[in-house]
Design a protein around this ligand. Structure first.
Ligand SMILES: *Cc1c(COP(=O)(O)O)cnc(C)c1O
Length: 467
């Protein structure tokens, strides 16, 4: 064996101890670590001829990279929709690497990793109060979850037309209808050969809303004259966290033939809050659902899952089976994840979620979600009561969308945000809403508390005073 590799393995206990101490250090000081950095990366290293050994590699990492790692997993990173990592999920993530399983198949001879994944999906169905008639699996993020779901939808549309698109290629126009899709759903349409511009836009409801006007949806479905289609609905839009009316969409299913996909990447977690769960009323009518775990479930990247109704099993296998590899077995007879989703070999991606769900249970996630909602409310109230700011949209759940008041505010808002982010005390993202430049703050991190809001308020006032 290579002698450096051997020496590393001989001192594995020491190496893991070093790593643990460094990890603990990072986590305990996370709230002090900056949320942005002005430093840029140095030149790339060349591959060493003889390796450094792990201890030296760690020293190099610590010298060059560690100091500029931002606290994006910390309590005042409010940009995009960025979750943290619960202690249990970190434990699961470490073990996932240590056990290094390939979550492909549930074989009689003891490959337990796919079984853990199947069990984790059951726990998630419990958490989201969804029927056990969904089949699900883990992918790297909501983008891949949208892609996976829409790939099965594409096959389903083909089936209604007497075609097998997976085998023959897409030969017909596939009608897609949606109001305010996430960019990743549109990207999925591009990846699936359906065309990122090839969808019908449904009107949104009047009165500062991003939810689709279901009457307009009905009108547009009617013009399809019975042709099958795909409807992409939102369980939480990114800007204003608006929800489509799933009960009303379900009613249309009685009359029209369409696949309904709901992108509930983070909005699905509203179910965990008794006061907000109504936002998802009727979502169990969906043929497929996307939920992200590396956002509000607070597990490390890369973690998301898709759910597809079990009745679409054939469409799913037709889409993803490894049909020219007989050694992988009959996809329906011998269950293998590799015939149900895009990837073949995968890490034990479900384990961090399994640990976190088992460690904190329903109550733990209710507390996390309700805390985020409360933080959004407190921050929103502060903005409303401050004459310099105005809300751009109602704070429906966990996201606050705001700007500086007036025309002058529109001129200043971008540089205000740059200056604020440069403080390293908080990070928020720019947005456009209702024709106005604005700022988004999304609350999904389990650690954010009222003290954090106070710190951010003080920084915002300092930046304003400096103009
Ligand atoms: C974040 C998000 C996505 C994309 O998720 P990734 O995890 O970045 O792939 C898709 N849809 C919605 C609604 C989102 O919020």
């Amino acid at each position: 064996m290579n002698n450096i590799l051997q020496a590393d393995f001989d001192s594995i206990e020491n190496l893991l101890e070093l790593t643990k101490n460094q990890g603990v250090d990072f986590l305990k000081t996370l709230h002090e670590r900056p949320t942005s950095t002005a430093k840029s990366m140095e030149d790339f290293r060349f591959l060493p001829e003889t390796g450094l050994g792990t201890k030296e590699a760690l020293a190099d990492f610590n010298e060059r990279f560690e100091p500029i790692i931002m606290a994006s997993t910390g309590p005042r990173y409010w940009g995009f929709v960025t979750g943290g990592a619960t202690p249990a999920s970190i434990v699961g993530d470490w073990l996932s690497g240590i056990y290094d399983q390939n979550s492909q198949s549930v074989k009689g001879d003891g490959d337990v990793s796919a079984r853990i994944e199947l069990e984790t999906i059951q726990l998630l169905l419990d958490l989201f109060e969804l029927p056990k008639t969904y089949f699900g699996g883990f992918v790297t993020g909501a983008t891949m979850s949208n892609f996976t779901s829409l790939a099965v939808a594409r096959q389903w549309v083909g089936k209604q037309l007497g075609k097998d698109f997976a085998k023959e290629g897409v030969s017909e126009k596939i009608h897609v209808l949606t109001a305010v899709p996430h960019s990743s759903a549109v990207k999925s349409l591009a990846m699936l050969g359906l065309g990122s511009q090839n969808f019908t836009k449904i009107k949104v409801l009047e009165g500062n809303r991003e939810a689709m006007d279901v009457q307009d949806l009905a009108k547009k479905l009617e013009t399809l004259n019975g042709q099958p289609s795909i409807v992409i609905a939102s369980g939480g839009t990114v800007n204003t966290v608006d929800f489509d009316d799933f009960v009303a969409i379900a009613k249309l299913k009685e009359k029209y033939q369409f696949w309904c996909h709901i992108d509930a990447a983070f909005g699905g977690f509203a179910v965990c809050s008794p006061t907000h769960k109504h936002l998802l009323n009727g979502w169990e009518m969906a043929d497929s659902i996307t939920v992200d775990c590396h956002k509000w479930l607070n597990v490390p990247y890369e973690s998301a899952f898709f759910l597809v109704k079990e009745e679409h099993r054939f469409c799913q296998v037709e889409t993803f089976q490894n049909s020219n590899a007989p050694y992988l077995g009959d996809p329906l007879d011998n269950f293998s994840y590799l015939n149900f989703l895009p990837e073949n070999s995968r890490r034990l991606r479900a384990l961090p979620a399994w640990f976190s769900l088992m460690a904190y249970g329903k109550k733990g996630y209710q507390d996390i979600v309700e805390n985020s909602i409360k933080m959004a409310q407190i921050f929103g109230e502060y903005l409303e009561n401050n004459a310099q700011f105005e809300l751009l949209a109602l704070t429906r759940l966990n996201t606050v969308c705001f700007t500086l008041v007036g025309e002058e505010g529109q001129v200043k808002v971008s540089s205000f945000l740059s200056k604020l982010n440069a403080t390293g005390k908080v990070f928020m993202t720019p947005t456009m809403y209702d024709g106005k430049k604005g700022i988004r703050a999304a609350f999904v991190n389990w650690q954010t508390n009222e003290q954090d809001i106070e710190i951010v308020k003080a920084e915002m006032e300092k930046v304003l005073a400096g103009f």
